[in-house]
Design a protein around this ligand. Structure first.
Ligand code: TMP
Ligand code: ASP
Length: 259
């Protein structure tokens, strides 16, 4: 084993010191958590799929001019990224009612929103990631107005691009979470997209069946997590045809639960 230094261990990833100054290695674990880590589990093979899916999405986003921390994938579970100072805000983009939005306002799951909604949550596990507004962000100095302008602008561009990308492979992009970081260049910094984009932090529904192809399968004990993540990767063209032995049959999981 290498003796590289571990910088941080999160719920789904470990960060190691990278080979050059200003770089970090992101290692994708199979661990899964939900409900503020009250529910814990393992989804065998998830890390490999998320590494690949996130690589693909970050690479595609770079082609439309979104600056990201991604440099290159190193192996099945690791990618090399630029070191940033993470802005302590989880940016959630919503196209369709689901999850906490449905609960908070008593809305029906699956209702298309009349316009995209961007929400901010303060990234603090101990507080359960509370919903915040621009007022809190500005008053507590979590990000400047210029930074928030860049973040909101990028979030909308990312949503437009990803909604189209997923629609092209029969997947409805219901909602997703983004994290941004500050990339420093001497005393100046600029905002770039960081963390990961994978079925762990997105709601992805099959357009024909409405089957969930994301971490809600784990959150709601639906089963078939790895099959669903595999199918997302396959539809994005990331797995060679025929290489997948597990044929997705989310129908079976649904039937097994009598729903
Ligand atoms: P929510 O409906 O539970 O607020 O989640 C909205 C989206 O954000 C959903 O796609 C899952 C993602 N998400 C995370 O990635 N991390 C989190 O801690 C939470 C609460 C949600
Ligand atoms: N990842 C979060 C947690 O376990 C919540 C979630 O994604 O549902 O704390």
């Amino acid at each position: 084993m290498s003796r590289r230094r571990q910088i941080y261990e999160g719920k789904a990833k470990i960060l190691y010191e990278g080979p050059e100054p200003g770089t970090i290695i992101q290692y994708f674990k199979d661990d899964a958590t939900a409900f503020n880590a009250q529910k814990k589990g393992t989804i065998s093979g998830k890390g490999v799929l998320n590494n690949r899916i996130s690589e693909h999405l970050f690479t595609m986003l770079a082609t439309i001019g979104i600056p990201t921390h991604f440099i290159r994938r190193l192996n099945m579970r690791e990618q090399l990224v630029r070191q940033v100072e993470i802005v302590p805000i989880e940016v959630v983009v919503r196209n369709v009612v689901a999850g906490s939005l449905a609960k908070r306002f008593g809305l029906e799951d699956g209702t298309a929103l009349p316009r995209t909604i961007i929400e901010y949550y303060y990234k603090d596990d101990a507080l359960g990631d509370p919903l915040i507004t621009d007022e809190h962000i500005s008053a507590f100095g979590w990000a400047s107005q210029d930074e928030m302008h860049d973040i909101a602008d990028m979030a909308i561009r990312i949503n437009d691009f990803m909604a189209g990308l997923f629609a092209g492979v029969g997947i409805r992009l219901v909602d997703f979470k983004l994290e941004f970081g500050r990339l420093f260049d001497n005393e100046f910094s600029r905002i770039i997209l960081a963390d990961e984009i994978s079925p762990d932090g997105c709601r992805l529904w099959d357009m024909k069946t409405n089957d969930k192809m994301d971490k809600d399968r784990f959150r709601l004990d639906l089963g078939g997590e790895v099959e669903a993540y595999t199918e997302v990767a396959r539809r994005l063209g990331l797995l060679p045809d025929g290489a997948v032995s597990t044929v997705l049959d989310l129908d079976e999981h649904r039937k097994a639960r009598g729903k």
